[in-house]
Design a binder for this molecule. Structure first.
Ligand code: GDP
Ligand code: IMO
Ligand code: MG
Length: 454
């Protein structure tokens, strides 16, 4: 028993009781929803489905580069910084320390949704005091960096220009400013703000910032934000160790956009895989329960970077138009291609999915045949891993499995038996190939268009 470590973190439990506790006795478990491709898989819809029963819905990383769509009672909402669970009047929404917050964007988003009928969101929102801030000028710097990349390398990343890269860079270089700084001594905050502006101006001489105007606005935002701010770590500790609570984490962006595991450098600047849930909320790994991966029945990507199953032909165009594949945040057309199971399996290696939500099956309804990428070959030989190097990823040859199309409208299907046999075969193949059960199949935009398999 020498190495038996007790993981329970009840801070007030007597030590003898702690010794006899089992490893599983760690408090409430958190359910995590993560993108398994390059984003826009339909995470918002899956979170909305689960949020109807959740007590707390959390964002743990990213910022308003995310665009999550939720359709309820025919009304479409898009969320960028607010957790999609904010729709549920009975649950609390939390923006964790790992998120980078653009305050004008946050309030604009809330006000816009309020006009659509979202009531009382400010009272249901909690913001971690450790979350970093995204300033307006970070968005300008984001654009300047894209221009610089284009000039130096002949290509850019195709960022959302929401200032995400500069905000996480400042965080990592320890000059960033956090919510707790904004709510603390404003004189000190102002000095540090001026220093960051100066640092960026020395890197980008064309950058102009009206410092006084920015500080005035930030001071106003600070007062609107103050009632929502909590110590995020302690809030989560209480949520996990009090009475039973359902806690949901809404991943933003996706595995292939993860700063460590994605198609670097054509990625975002945060960890969009499961580790981000722990570091972005301050919760122990043993509190992670179900990890649901969300994958589209085909693949899309916004922005630049390798995309082995991309279809630059009528198939790609059909997926783009039928799937309304247009970025929620930027309005850019999404690139489209066949489902790539190499990337979904790779996402599973990192995240350990306990089940998958397969979305947008209905978009494939009209196809004569459907292909699925099952392996990558390099110089004629299958490779067992997902390449780290983008030059290699550009060179891989995709091995496909071909399935006959079902040529039937699936949008009214509500249970497994309503689906045509050929669609069932397609789903079963995917499930077996990834080695993860598919728990939901999406056949339309709205809440009820989700077949629950078990
Ligand atoms: P997220 O970023 O992962 O939340 O996904 P987005 O909201 O950016 O993009 C997903 C799009 O697909 C949204 O427009 C959703 O309304 C839509 N959608 C989600 N699931 C389905 C589905 O099963 N069928 C169809 N037709 N649309 C879906
Ligand atoms: P959701 O949560 C799709 C992409 C951008 C760009 C790269 C870096 O809606 O799935 P950034 O602005 O983050 O520095 O851009 O990452 N990207 C997304 N693509 N869905 C997203 O979020 C994305 N978030 C970032 O297009 O290629
Ligand atoms: Mg999206």
């Amino acid at each position: 028993m020498l190495f038996a470590i007790n993981r329970s973190i009840n801070l007030s439990a007597p030590i003898d009781e702690m010794r006899s506790r089992s490893r599983n006795d760690v408090g409430n478990k958190v359910t995590v929803v993560l993108g398994a491709q390059w984003g826009d898989e339909g995470k918002g819809k899956v979170v909305d489905l689960l949020a109807t029963e959740a007590d707390v819905v959390c964002r743990c990383q990213g910022g308003n580069n995310a665009g999550h769509t939720v359709v309820v009672d025919g009304k479409e909402y898009d969320f960028h910084l607010l957790p999609s669970g904010i729709i549920n009047p009975k649950s609390i929404s939390l923006i964790g320390n790992g998120v980078v917050i653009h305050l004008p964007g946050l309030f604009e988003e809330g006000d816009k949704n309020e006009k659509k009928g979202l009531k009382g969101w400010e009272k249901r929102l909690i913001v971690s005091d450790r979350a970093h801030l995204v300033f307006d000028f970070y968005q300008i710097v984001d654009s300047l960096q894209e221009t610089e990349r284009q000039a130096q390398e002949g290509k850019n990343i195709g960022t959302t220009k929401k200032g995400i890269g500069p905000a996480y860079s400042s965080k990592a270089s320890r000059t960033g400013l956090r919510v707790c700084d904004l709510l603390g001594d404003f004189k000190d905050f102002s000095n540090r703000f001026k220093n960051i502006v100066q640092q960026y101006q020395s890197m980008y001489p064309s950058l102009t910032v009206d410092v006084e105007d920015q500080l005035k606005k930030l001071k106003e935002y600070a007062e609107r934000l103050r009632p929502m701010v909590r110590d995020g770590v302690y809030y989560m500790y209480e949520a996990l160790h009090g009475p039973p609570k359902k806690v949901l984490v809404e991943g933003a962006n996706a595995a292939l956009l993860d700063i460590d595991f994605g198609t670097y450098p054509f990625v975002t600047s945060s960890n969009c895989t499961v580790g981000g849930a722990c570091t972005g909320l301050g919760i122990p790994p043993l509190n992670i329960g179900d990890v649901f991966g969300v994958a589209k029945a085909y693949t899309t990507r916004v922005g630049i970077g390798a995309f082995p199953t991309e279809q630059l032909n009528v198939i790609g165009e059909l997926l783009q138009t039928r799937g309304h594949e247009v970025g929620v945040t930027t309005g850019r057309k999404r690139r489209c291609g066949w489902l790539d199971l190499v990337i979904v399996r790779y996402a599973h290696m990192i995240n350990g999915f306990t089940a998958i939500a397969l979305t947008k099956l209905d978009i494939l309804d009209v196809l004569d045949e459907i292909k699925v990428g099952v392996a990558y070959k390099l110089n004629g030989k299958r490779i067992p891993h997902f390449p780290a190097n983008m030059d290699v990823l550009h060179k891989v040859e995709v091995e496909y499995e071909t399935f006959p199309g079902w040529k039937t409208d699936t949008s009214a299907a509500r249970k497994w038996n309503d689906l045509p046999a050929k669609a069932q075969n397609y789903i079963r193949f995917i499930e077996n190939h990834i080695g993860v059960p598919i728990k939901w199949v999406g056949v339309g935009k709205s809440r009820e268009c989700m077949i629950q398999m078990f």
